[in-house]
Write a protein that binds this ligand. Structure first.
Ligand code: GLY
Ligand code: MN
Ligand code: MN
Length: 454
C-alpha cells in the first residue's frame, strides 16, 4: 500500500523516539498528528501529517496518536492508535494502513483502533507519574484528557493518589531535536532544494510581458511536480512590479509588463521537508539600471549574511550583518544620509527593510526551534542547523522619500544555508543568483523558443 507521506523507515523512527524519551525521562508521551481541516461542506483542505508526529513515526494518516514510554535497558514501547481499515470509507477517502499496517509497515510494538484511545488511556497511564502532553494545541482532546483524569480519580478514590500525572510539554524537546538535522533530514532538504532550483529556473525561462503571474506560478509548480515534489512547502509568492513590496503577496493575478521585475518566493517539499527560495528577475530578461543597482546591494548583503552563518555565532549576527550592508547600500542609492553608525543604531533602514533575515528551515518553512534562551540571549549556530538568509529592499510605488527611479522596485534574495564546522553551505546554490546568471537564465529559453517550435 502506498501513501506519499508514508515513511516506513522503522529503525530511524525508533531511534528518534528513543532519543526523545531519553531526554524527556520516564513518563507517557502522547502525541497526536495534525487534524483534518474542513474547507466547506464535506471538502477538506489538503491533508499533511503533523510534523512532530511524522518525525517520530513516519505514519501518514489523520486520526492517529502516538503513545510511547521507556521500558528500561535503552528501550521503549510504542503504541500507535490509528484508523482501522474500512472498505466503505476507503472507497470514498482512499486506502488505509489500518491497525495491522501500523505494526507491520511502521514497526509499532502495538497498534489499536483510534476509537479506543480514551477508554484505554487510564490503563496506559497506570504507574506513570508524568504525562508528556502539550496543553492548548488540541482543546477538544484536552477536554477528553480531563475526563480521563476525573475517571482515574473516581476509580482510585480510596487510595487517594494524585488525581492526575504531572503534565509536561514535550514540544520544546522535540523542537530542539528537529533544529539540528540528521543525515536523513539533510538528504530530504538537499533534494527539496534541487527541485526548487528546477522550478525557479523554469519560471525565469517562461516569464515574459503579457503573462499573468499565475501562469508563471503554474510553470514553476509544474517543474516542482515533474521533479518529484508532491506539494509546495508554502503558498508561492509570485509578485511582479510593485507587488514585490507586499511581503506576503498571494493574489498572483497581475498581468506583467515589460520592464517589471518579478519576485518569486517559492519552495518545493520533498520527503516532508521544504526549501524556501526567493529570486527576483527582470520579466523582459534584462535589469534596468535602477533595478540593477538595487539588486547588487541586496546580493552583496545576502552574501555577507551567508558568510556570517558560522558555528558559534549568535543566530542574529546574520541579520545584523545584512542590516549594516543594506544601510551602506541605502546611502549609496541616496536614500539615507548621515553617519553610518547612527543610521544603523536608529534602524533608519526600517522603512525599506522591515523584516527579519533568517528563520530555521526544515519540515516546516518557519521551522520549530528556539531562537533565544530563557534569559533572552540569542541561540548560537551549531553544525546541522539550517536557516534562510533573505535580505531585501522594498521601495513602495508612492514612496516620496526615495528617488523616483527606485519607486515600485522590490528585491529579495533568499537561500537556504546549512551550518557546518567547515563553514556555511548554501543548499540552494543551483538557483541562478548573480546578475549575469539570472539574465542568462531569463534569456536562454527565450532564444531557444525563438529558434522554432518544438
Ligand atoms: N516564504 C516565507 C519566508 O520566506 O519566510
Ligand atoms: Mn524564508
Ligand atoms: Mn521565502
Amino acid at each position: 500500500m502506498v501513501s506519499r507521506d508514508a515513511d516506513p523507515d522503522v529503525v530511524l523512527h525508533r531511534t528518534r523516539r528513543q532519543r526523545l524519551l531519553d531526554r524527556l525521562g520516564d513518563g507517557l508521551l502522547l502525541l497526536p498528528t495534525a487534524s483534518e481541516q474542513l474547507r466547506n461542506g464535506d471538502v477538506h483542505h489538503e491533508y499533511r501529517p503533523g510534523s512532530d508526529f511524522h518525525f517520530l513515526t513516519g505514519f501518514p494518516e489523520p486520526d492517529a496518536m502516538l503513545a510511547a514510554w521507556r521500558t528500561g535497558n535503552g528501550k521503549h514501547r510504542c503504541v500507535l492508535f490509528v484508523r482501522p481499515r474500512d472498505p466503505t470509507r476507503e472507497i470514498w477517502d482512499g486506502r488505509r494502513f489500518g491497525v495491522a499496517g501500523a505494526r507491520r509497515v511502521f514497526g509499532a510494538d502495538e497498534a489499536r483502533p483510534i476509537g479506543t484511545l480514551w477508554e484505554q488511556l487510564p490503563e496506559l497511564l497506570r504507574d506513570q507519574d508524568r504525562l508528556f502532553w502539550r496543553l492548548g494545541a488540541h482543546p477538544r482532546m484536552d477536554q477528553r484528557l480531563l475526563e480521563v483524569f476525573a475517571k482515574i480519580a473516581q476509580q482510585q478514590r480510596r487510595a487517594q493518589p494524585p488525581a492526575h500525572p504531572v503534565l509536561e510539554d514535550p514540544v520544546p524537546v522535540i523542537a530542539a531535536m528537529r533544529r539540528r538535522k540528521d543525515d536523513r533530514e539533510l538528504a530530504a532538504l538537499r533534494r527539496a532544494a534541487a527541485i526548487t532550483a528546477d522550478g525557479h529556473v523554469a519560471a525565469m525561462a517562461v516569464a515574459r510581458p503579457g503573462m499573468a503571474e499565475y501562469e508563471v506560478q503554474a510553470a514553476l509548480e509544474s517543474a516542482f511536480r515533474r521533479s518529484g515534489s508532491p506539494r509546495n512547502g508554502y503558498g508561492s509568492i509570485v509578485a511582479s512590479g510593485a507587488n514585490a513590496c507586499i511581503l506576503h503577496y498571494h493574489d498572483n493575478d497581475r498581468v506583467m509588463r515589460a520592464g517589471d521585475l518579478l519576485l518569486i518566493d517559492a519552495g518545493a517539499e520533498y520527503g516532508g521537508h521544504t526549501a524556501d527560495v526567493t529570486r527576483t528577475f527582470p520579466v523582459s530578461g534584462t535589469f534596468s539600471e535602477a533595478q540593477r543597482a538595487v539588486y547588487r546591494i541586496v546580493l552583496k548583503a545576502q552574501l555577507a549574511g551567508i558568510a556570517a552563518a558560522r558555528v558559534g555565532a549568535p543566530w542574529d549576527r546574520v541579520h545584523k550583518v545584512c542590516q549594516r550592508s543594506l544601510t551602506r547600500g541605502l546611502i549609496e542609492l541616496g536614500v539615507l544620509r548621515g553617519s553610518f553608525a547612527r543610521l544603523v543604531k536608529k534602524e533608519k533602514f526600517k522603512p525599506w527593510y522591515m523584516h527579519g533575515t533568517s528563520h530555521w528551515l526544515g519540515r516546516d518553512v518557519h521551522d520549530v526551534g528556539a531562537y533565544q534562551d530563557r534569559a533572552g540571549k540569542p541561540e548560537r549556530l551549531a553544525a546541522g542547523m539550517v536557516l534562510t538568509v533573505e535580505p531585501g529592499l522594498y521601495f513602495g510605488p508612492r514612496d516620496r522619500k526615495v528617488p523616483a527611479e527606485l519607486r515600485g522596485i522590490g528585491v529579495r534574495i533568499e537561500d537556504d544555508v546549512l551550518v557546518t564546522a567547515r563553514g556555511p553551505v548554501v543548499l540552494t546554490a543551483a538557483v541562478p543568483k548573480t546578475i549575469a546568471a539570472v539574465e542568462a537564465a531569463c534569456r536562454l529559453v527565450r532564444t531557444s523558443r525563438a529558434s522554432g517550435p518544438t
